[in-house]
Design a protein around this ligand. Sequence first.
Ligand SMILES: Cc1cc2nc3c(=O)[nH]c(=O)nc-3n(C[C@H](O)[C@H](O)[C@H](O)COP(=O)(O)O)c2cc1C
Length: 331
Amino acid sequence: MADLRTRYMGKELRNPIIVGASELTADMKKIKKLEDAGAGAIVIKSLFEEQIELEKMKLEEDLTRYDEIYAEMTTIFPKIEHAGPDEHLMWVRKAKESVKIPVFASLNVINRETWVEWAQKLAETGVDGLELNFYTVSTEFDLAGSSVEEEQVKILKAVQAVVSIPVSVKLSPYYSNPVNFIKKLDQAQVNGLVLFNQFFQSDINVDKEENIFPFNLSHPNDSRLPLRYVGLLYGNVKTTLCANSGIFTGKDVAKMLLAGADCVQVVSTLYTNGLDYLTTMLKELEGWMDAKGYKTVNDFRGKMSRQNSNDPWIYKRAQYVRLLMHGNPFA
Ligand SMILES: Cc1cc2nc3c(=O)[nH]c(=O)nc-3n(C[C@H](O)[C@H](O)[C@H](O)COP(=O)(O)O)c2cc1C
């Protein structure tokens, strides 16, 4: 039987399927079920800036209110501390203590000081690693892309300076030259890269003329983007690679490993097919490895990467070359 073990962020995983940050990892019953279904690791739902800000606002409101009434209001302070982000910390600690598989925390905030403060607090919960979710949609017209990248590298370094657990970065694909930015993160010794996040996109209900926020699940073809970048990066970076987006089946996992990923993160497939589908994915991966005669993941990891391919165009301009050489595939 195939050995599915892999390494990610310096940790050994029993297999390469990690359940990504989502509501699935914000519920203890589901976390246990995911562990039973075979998850290699889990990433807890992110702690968001909004949670921290809301808490601060609530705190200020409460402080002002009580200030007027009691001079000794500071005695009330500790009670308020145990809501919002602090509850999140307690939850992360509980999740870590409840399962045997590696548990990673996830953070998505804005200001560098907030990144540092909450990264440190999340690390203190005992988690195995920390994922910095660099999810940002800039609305500042005067902010250059290079400034965004420089700040994100500074955030990574500032976090690394205060925590001793491994730190990964989860990226969107929307950088002018993602591989250049990834090289900078790699030089800063990031322990893992999650490629790529899916942005929550809002929509408009034209009948009601109102903004809506539909549940954004991936589609299987979304996996082609991470596949391309994993294939390009394999052998060119020291960090470990975790493919994410549109990975639905065991064979999709095999594809990512062939391209050079160390592991994958999945969310949408479990929402679509149920939590037990993780077991089916693992069986499919195992069956494929057995059929191919692969005993371990390292027997084939990166075999189909750009570095190990004879075709210099693969992962680069493959679609244009195909059109030029073979004409319209739909004709
Ligand atoms: C309901 C839901 C909640 C999510 N919450 C988070 C989150 O808290 N932090 C985060 O980094 N990503 C979050 N994500 C994104 C997923 O972790 C993942 O990156 C994305 O869904 C792409 O993977 P998939 O194609 O397997 O779904 C969420 C996704 C969904 C569908």
